[in-house]
Design a protein around this ligand. Structure first.
Ligand SMILES: Cc1cc2nc3c(=O)[nH]c(=O)nc-3n(C[C@H](O)[C@H](O)[C@H](O)COP(=O)(O)O)c2cc1C
Length: 220
């Protein structure tokens, strides 16, 4: 089984046709504002390899405009507060408006002890409405599981936040061995197909939810 093109529901073998294409003459909608959240801040992390590889594919698409929110670039305490002190507000100011502005998310997560990193959960927990009524796709990596257990747990987290997680994911099992020293994937066909599927689903949901929010504010 090729875990890179993981399907989360193995009862649906023939995937429906998603995508932003079509034969009609309707004008293309504005690009969706996509925030790519890099979830590891570990010293010596592998995250940039996976992130750069993904970003090289996401940023060439005309249906997304991409921003990168890296947990390593924001210093948020693990003690949450409804009235954060000025230094914390300054850190939040680096990320919160960008998460609020985003119309879709791709969360890039490694797997730590069969779950996702605390650094990622901390960023998620500092926010609430920023995630609401928006779609979330996943890129995962790790050891033998490719981060799939982290992703399945994140689906529960984002459901609580009124976000919609898309079905297909991109997973890199034993990730260190999949990329060469230049950060190129050694056998890119399957992960590139997986990226396209995930982003097509994200574009569909992102456009649908953008339209829905503009017609009727999400009530929670
Ligand atoms: C604390 C810790 C726990 C880990 N637990 C798992 C695990 O449960 N399953 C797995 O497949 N890989 C596990 N790994 C391997 C990581 O997923 C892998 O090293 C990944 O590259 C870490 O991402 P990062 O370097 O970007 O932080 C663990 C790594 C660390 C540091």
């Amino acid at each position: 089984m090729d875990l890179t093109t993981h399907k989360t529901a193995d009862t649906h073998e023939s995937a429906p046709s998603y995508g932003s294409g079509g034969s009609g003459s309707a004008p293309a909608p504005d690009p969706l504002k996509l925030a790519v959240v890099i979830g590891s801040d570990r010293e010596g992390r592998f995250a940039p390899v996976v992130a750069d590889w993904f970003l090289a594919r996401a940023t060439v698409r005309e249906d997304f405009s991409v921003d990168v929110v890296d947990v390593a670039e924001v210093d948020l305490p693990t003690s949450l507060s409804y009235r954060p002190a000025a230094p914390v507000r300054a850190e939040l100011a680096k990320v919160s408006p960008r998460l609020a502005d985003a119309e879709a998310f791709v969360v890039l997560t490694p797997e730590y002890n069969h779950s996702f990193p605390a650094s990622l959960k901390n960023l998620i927990d500092w926010h609430y409405g920023e995630w609401q009524a928006k779609p979330v796709g996943f890129i995962s990596y790790g050891g033998i599981s490719g981060g799939l257990r982290a992703v399945e747990q994140l689906r529960q987290v984002f459901a609580e936040l009124h976000a919609v997680t898309v079905r297909d994911t991109v997973a890199f099992p034993n990730a260190g061995g999949q990329f060469d020293s230049d950060g190129q994937h050694k056998d890119p066909a399957a992960p590139e197909a997986a990226v396209k599927t995930m982003l097509d689903q994200l574009a569909w949901w992102g456009t649908a939810l953008r339209d829905a929010r503009s017609r009727r504010p999400y009530a929670g």
